[in-house]
Design a protein around this ligand. Structure first.
Ligand code: MTE
Ligand code: MO
Length: 435
């Protein structure tokens, strides 16, 4: 277990004004910081090891990304050593941003989010998928039937936890304090859920699905599902919503849902049931664990940070929103002053796609357009690249901002607070030093 000193970060979280005063001295003007001098320069310099050329642009209260790094890490077998483990019961592991540099996320760099137990794998031959509820013909399908009787598709699909970015909210809502790495874009092979639902024959009354699985609730109560979410029938009939049998061409690893899981790409990851055993077609919004109260729901109207929101004013989340991550260089890189170097990453936008990518190295005063690649298929993330030249030696941050085809961009600051801390799509920032 590795611990990093984060006294200043704690201070910023608890009392940002005092922290700012300590580090930057008295404020230079409304919402602006002065140039680092005196004690501020000394304390920040000691932490960062250099100066901040654009410090006068730095919004007051903003924690330099170099200080906002993750604090604890211990290892989880089968995952890359740089993965960040938030919890071991249930298992919750996210990727450090630089691990997301592959266009296709390998299993050892894909985040894990469990709500219940990590189940023992069940035999493929014994496994069944039941499709029941508002259908003409209830079905029970074997693994072999899914392998042989239905058309297969192979797609790169993003799964992002609804709470990815939660760590940025203040006050911090309960739940895993995900940074930016609860996102993956593996290549999944399986059958379209729409083909299965058509084979079962949807009734007119079919409006929603409820998904079930064989992992157990942490209480050990076998009648209590760990999580059981679903989605509206039009999303479930989308040809990219699949019942997956393979991850990156191989059996799905147990932690990602062996032998069969759903992928509902672009929506909160919780709609992608792992260890799938049943799709219950319903005549109303599903009401399993994870569908009601504050879970995977957001207020119908903006609320102030820390507000208590009546459950009836909450609505189920749909698509995730536009977002991007800087995957290269790794935060803290050292580069040559005055010389261009490549910065790159991935961008995605839930049900939409990304149409513009920009970077800034002067705390958002100016933005440069980056090169943006098209997705190989809908619901895959998109690669972006930029050439960046730091004008002189010192401490810098790269900020990255994606905009989607609806014209919606990522906010620089953390967006609207909600009780469980979903949908934080604020710009990812990393620091680097030019020497
Ligand atoms: N059966 C089951 N499916 C589940 C979960 C779970 O706890 N149990 N967690 C969900 C959540 S909240 C997310 S974000 C995704 C994460 O998928 P991954 O662990 O393969 O990355 O799985 C979803 N499917
Ligand atoms: Mo999640």
């Amino acid at each position: 277990m590795r611990k990093i000193e984060r006294g200043l970060v704690e201070l910023y979280n608890e009392d940002p004004e005092r922290a700012d005063e300590l580090v930057f001295g008295r404020k230079a003007g409304p919402g602006r910081r002065g140039f680092l001098k005196g004690a501020g320069l000394a304390s920040m310099g000691a932490v960062l090891g250099t100066t901040i050329p654009f410090s006068s642009n730095m919004p007051a209260g903003l924690i330099p990304a170099a200080l906002a790094e993750t604090v604890d890490a211990f290892r989880f077998e089968a995952k890359h050593p740089d993965m960040i483990v938030h919890n071991d019961r249930p298992v919750n592991v996210e990727a450090a941003a630089h691990l997301l540099d592959d266009d296709v996320t390998p299993a050892d760099k894909h985040f894990i989010r469990n709500n219940g137990t990590m189940p023992d794998p069940i035999d493929k031959a014994a496994w069944r998928l039941k499709i029941d509820g508002e259908v003409e013909n209830e079905m029970e399908l074997s693994y072999d039937q899914l392998m042989n009787d239905f058309e297969h598709v192979t797609l790169r699909l993003q799964i992002e936890c609804g709470g990815n970015g939660r760590a940025g909210f203040n006050p911090l809502p309960r739940g895993n304090p995900w940074s930016v790495g609860a996102i993956g874009n593996a290549e999944w092979t399986g059958v379209r859920l729409s083909d299965l639902l058509r084979a079962a024959g949807l009734k007119q009354s079919a409006v929603y699905t409820g998904h079930f699985s064989y992992d157990e609730h942490l209480s050990g109560d076998p009648d209590r599902p760990s999580i059981s979410r679903g989605g509206p029938i039009d999303k479930m009939m989308d040809p990219h919503t699949i019942v997956a049998l393979k991850m990156n061409g191989e059996d799905i690893p147990i932690e990602h849902g062996f032998p069969v899981r759903m992928i509902t790409p672009g929506w909160a990851g919780s709609a992608s049931q792992k260890w799938l055993t049943r799709v219950w077609v319903r005549d109303r919004e599903h009401d399993g664990p994870g569908m009601t109260g504050l879970s995977y729901r957001v207020p119908r109207y903006p609320v102030e940070a820390g507000a208590e929101v009546p459950h009836e004013d909450m609505m189920v989340m749909g698509s995730m929103i536009v977002k991007s991550v800087i995957t290269f260089p790794e935060a803290g890189a050292q580069v040559a002053a005055g010389r261009a170097f490549e910065v790159r990453g991935q961008a995605w936008a839930g049900d939409n796609h990304v149409t513009k990518m920009e970077t800034s190295i002067d705390f958002g005063a100016t933005w440069q357009q980056a090169e943006l690649h098209a997705a190989p298929n809908r619901y895959s993330w998109q690669r972006w690249r930029a050439q960046i030249t730091p004008p002189q030696a010192g401490y810098y941050e790269v900020w990255a901002r994606a905009t989607d085809d609806q014209g919606r961009g990522q906010p620089v600051v953390v967006p609207g607070w909600n009780p469980r801390g979903y949908l934080n799509n604020s710009c990812h920032r990393i620091h680097f030093t030019a020497v």
